[in-house]
Design a protein around this ligand. Structure first.
Ligand code: GLU
Length: 446
């Protein structure tokens, strides 16, 4: 079935790897089923929502390779929400409450002290007209709660299987704040109905909201979408991600030079029954992914593991795929240079360090050459063949040095590597030497 799915972030910050997981899972389901992906900004909280964050989210999704079929924002749809809210108020399902946050807090404390669950006691339903007038005269503004049907709500969750929630243990949720703005709960249901959403896929922090929202769907439509709640990602120490956790934001991953494909593969496959491994593209990820492979418990996300996957992906990346980005980094060594160094980088920007070692000179932190090797270097220079060079030059040159000096293995190769690159590890020198060329090689041996 062609699924109509949506990703519905609040534009109140930069999105992080956990949000990317939600977006990507929805995108893969749309891809797999030939469906539709809606990007919907849940921006009813006008104080905290910002246009710059909405633009940042669009950019992050584009970077990941997600192309929304439709973009909507809740702030533009207030009239639709007001119409439904008016109906719910008229039928008594949405009722006004005047308790302040402090009063509610005290109530909950009293309930807890008596060993009761801190569920809203619906005292606002018993409010008399006089009390209401009094509150209004005090300048209080009502918030509005949805009167839940105190029944069991059940659904077959795409990830978690059979779910049921007893609504008598859930507080009647506030749908409209005291300042008249909507929480996302009701607008989300209205949008899902009007936009024909067939499947709601989101993090498992929304499971309880689902019981509330299913009741709203049942009230407002003759169809209830399917639901799937994926597990959440946590930091390696087990904390949840917030929009303020800078290094986990997609923006910083992009700026730090991670590949979008690595981030996408990692965000999707971690916490599933599939091992995290390189894949050719998003289509391959879509083929592999299925909701029933997603685990039910939280998964730890470690940036170091993303680095390893990123390295594995770069090591297999062909030159023509990366050529434009190399040009963007002012790395002009062509295919030979890319093939020589791609196995030695974890993130693409590191390629520039190697290119600078070729073009500009040894790095500032280059390993110093040992005085003891002075004769060895003199001999190596003497034996250095003239160009033209190719990938066999290294072998014939070092064979000649070996014969003359009697050195072999590490004692032969390491001083040459250090002299030519300033580093003790790096690319295959057989490939690197022709890129460096005769002039620079001889200068570095002198
Ligand atoms: N704005 C909500 C969130 O970011 C959307 C939840 C949903 O997908 O329904 O958590």
């Amino acid at each position: 079935m062609a699924e109509i799915v949506r990703f519905a972030p609040s534009p109140t910050g930069n999105i992080h790897i956990g949000n990317a997981r939600t977006a990507l899972i929805n995108w893969l389901l749309a891809l797999k089923t030939g469906g539709e992906f809606i990007l919907r900004y849940d921006d009813t909280d006008q104080e905290r929502s910002r246009d710059e964050f909405a633009q940042g989210i669009a950019k992050d999704l584009e970077w990941l390779g997600i192309k929304p079929n439709r973009i909507e924002k809740q702030s533009a749809r207030m009239a639709a929400y007001d119409a439904v809210a008016a109906k719910l108020k008229a039928s008594g399902r949405l009722y006004p409450c005047y308790e302040s946050a402090d009063e509610l807090d005290r109530k909950r404390k009293r309930q807890r002290a008596r060993g009761l669950p801190p569920v809203y006691d619906r005292s606002a339903l018993d409010m008399t007209a006089e009390q209401m007038t009094e509150y209004e005269a005090e300048g209080r503004k009502p918030h509005w709660r949805f009167k839940l049907d105190q029944k069991t709500v059940s659904w077959n969750d795409g990830v978690r299987g059979a779910q049921s929630i007893e609504c008598d243990s859930v507080s009647d949720p506030v749908l409209i704040r005291g300042d008249g703005t909507y929480l996302y709960t009701l607008p989300s249901v209205i949008d899902d109905i009007e936009m024909g959403v067939t499947m709601v896929v989101r993090g498992d922090d929304h499971v309880t909201n689902t019981a509330v929202q299913i009741q709203l769907f049942e009230l407002l439509s003759d169809k209830v979408p399917a639901f799937a709640h994926h597990n959440l990602l946590t930091s390696s120490s087990g904390e949840g991600f917030s929009k303020r956790l800078g290094s986990m934001s997609l923006r910083s991953m992009r700026e730090d030079g991670y590949e979008a494909l690595s981030v996408a593969i990692f965000a999707v496959l971690i916490g599933t029954s599939e091992p995290v491994h390189p894949l050719a593209d998003m289509a391959a990820l879509a083929d592999l992914f299925a909701l029933d492979k997603v685990s039910r418990s939280a998964s730890k996300f470690d940036l170091a593991d993303l680095g390893h996957l990123n390295a594995r992906i770069l090591h297999e990346t062909d030159y023509d795929v990366i050529a434009d980005r190399l040009a963007g980094l002012a790395v002009t060594g062509g295919e030979a240079f890319w093939l020589a160094v791609r196995g030695n980088i974890e993130r693409l920007p590191e390629v520039k360090d190697w290119w600078d070692i070729v073009e500009v000179g040894l790095p500032d932190d280059a390993i110093a050459l040992s005085e003891d090797d002075a004769d060895f270097y003199a001999k190596a220079l003497e034996l250095l063949p003239r160009e033209p060079w190719d990938n066999t030059t290294w072998k014939s040159w070092t064979t000649a040095i070996k014969t003359e000096t009697g050195r072999k293995g590490k004692g032969l190769f390491m001083p040459l590597r250090v002299a030519l690159t300033g580093r003790s590890h790096g690319p295959e020198l057989a490939a690197f030497l022709p890129i460096l060329g005769y002039q620079k090689t001889s200068d570095r041996l002198s």
